[in-house]
Design a protein. Structure first.
Length: 399
């Protein structure tokens, strides 16, 4: 499968004034694929492993929390751990990285908002397919001295953002469903949530905990066009976009349950004209760099296909966004083209073909270096879903 350009309907370029006066220099990005890290094993992974959260525990070891999918699209959040020493993976006698070992499940479908069941003719509850805990992102927030997890709970209402917390990164406590006021007028179906590791200043000037989210607005077919054409004909800000939700820090410090109560939501990034034109969403949790905040996001395009009933083949690719360090709703740089797109067999063929979906990032401090006062080379390992079936890893060097 080879794809070159997204389907050309009406191209609408989003005018991003926040980029106009940017002083952020254009970064040089080098990508090296490191191959498949996890593949399905056993009954709880029969339909794939994908879209992992990645974080360091209190002792510095690496934890990968992957979505493990059983038959019937029933998802669980499963933890794997790799021993790290002095900020890098431990190695065996041959100099190879030590293997990941299984820790257990962080969450299995238990809460009412994670399960889709119905009462059958015999009066018993039965599974109707498609339920569970999906696509986690985990962030340690020093101000709260806790890990916070965002994940998509797929229950009777559809996909919703759910939150949990942990002191050690292993024992997780559900908080509940994220509450975004109906007065905001946003679609209740929501995904791709991830917290920033530090509080920031919200657009209204309040010191806040902030997170990405993506309301799943769907544009209906109209004017003789199908859904894909109608979506691409709409203004970019009317499609599925990256937003930031804000919760005042003081309220969260008073009671962790207040992390559910969003008081502001700001649209910060809409689909691009040249790639990621159909929809976009957050990928990894953001990390601090000298120029602000670095985020690896995903963008989706639609290409004409003669072999699919819909007539289109989607493509999920990845790029980077750099946010202002103090006010991250201001964006200073966006990749003009994908930094990585589906090219290998594992990325092109799977449960959902043609997918590179980054969700986990960890810095490799041992491989980076400083070059003078204002220059640095930062190296990150990025974990990503490969065609919704496998988990891969690529190394991203930014200078």
């Amino acid at each position: 499968m080879k794809v070159e350009r997204p389907l050309d309907c009406r191209k609408v370029t989003l005018k991003m004034e926040k980029l106009t006066n940017s002083t952020t220099s254009t970064p040089t990005v080098h990508i090296e694929r490191l191959g498949v890290v996890f593949s399905p094993r056993g009954q709880f992974q029969a339909e794939g492993v994908l879209n992992p959260a990645v974080y360091r525990d209190r002792e510095g070891h690496l934890v990968v929390m992957m979505r493990s999918v059983a038959v019937g699209n029933q998802s669980r959040l499963e933890m794997m751990r790799q021993i790290w020493i002095d900020g890098k993976p431990a190695t065996d006698a041959s100099g190879n990285e030590v293997a990941f070992t299984r820790v257990g499940f962080a969450h299995v479908p238990q809460a009412s908002y994670e399960r889709r069941r119905r009462i059958n003719a015999e009066g018993k509850s039965e599974f109707i397919g498609g339920e569970g805990c999906e696509d986690a992102r985990v962030t340690f927030i020093p101000e709260l001295d806790r890990y916070l997890m965002c994940y998509t709970s797929f229950g009777p209402l559809g996909p919703r953002i759910s939150l949990s917390w942990s002191y050690d990164g292993y024992k997780w406590h559900r908080i509940g469903l994220l509450n975004i006021p109906a007065a905001f007028g946003l679609d209740p179906d929501d995904k791709d949530a991830a917290f920033f590791p530090e509080s920031v200043i919200s657009p209204s000037g309040v010191r806040s905990i902030v997170m990405y989210h993506r309301p799943m607005v769907n544009i209906a077919a109209h004017d003789g066009m199908d859904v894909v054409q109608s979506t691409l004909a709409a203004e970019p800000t009317e499609r599925q976009c990256i937003r930031m939700a804000y919760i005042p820090l003081d309220s969260v410090l008073a009671d962790i349950k207040n992390i559910l109560n969003v008081v502001e939501s700001q649209l910060v990034f809409a689909p691009l004209a040249d790639w990621g034109s159909f929809k976009c969403g957050a990928g990894t949790a953001p990390v601090r760099i000298k120029k602000g905040w670095l985020e690896v996001f995903h963008g989706v395009d639609q290409f004409p296909s003669a072999t699919r009933p819909s007539g289109y083949q989607g493509r999920y690719a990845a790029g980077i966004i750099i946010h202002d360090g103090d006010e991250p709703h201001k964006i200073t740089y966006v990749s003009p083209e994908p930094i990585i797109k589906p090219e290998t067999k594992e990325e092109l063929e799977g449960i959902v073909n043609n997918v590179v979906f980054p969700t986990g990032i960890v810095e490799r401090v041992d491989l980076g270096k400083n070059i003078g006062k204002d220059n640095e080379v930062r190296v990150f390992d990025v974990f990503y879903g490969m065609a919704d079936r496998l988990i891969g890893r690529f190394r991203m060097t930014i200078s």
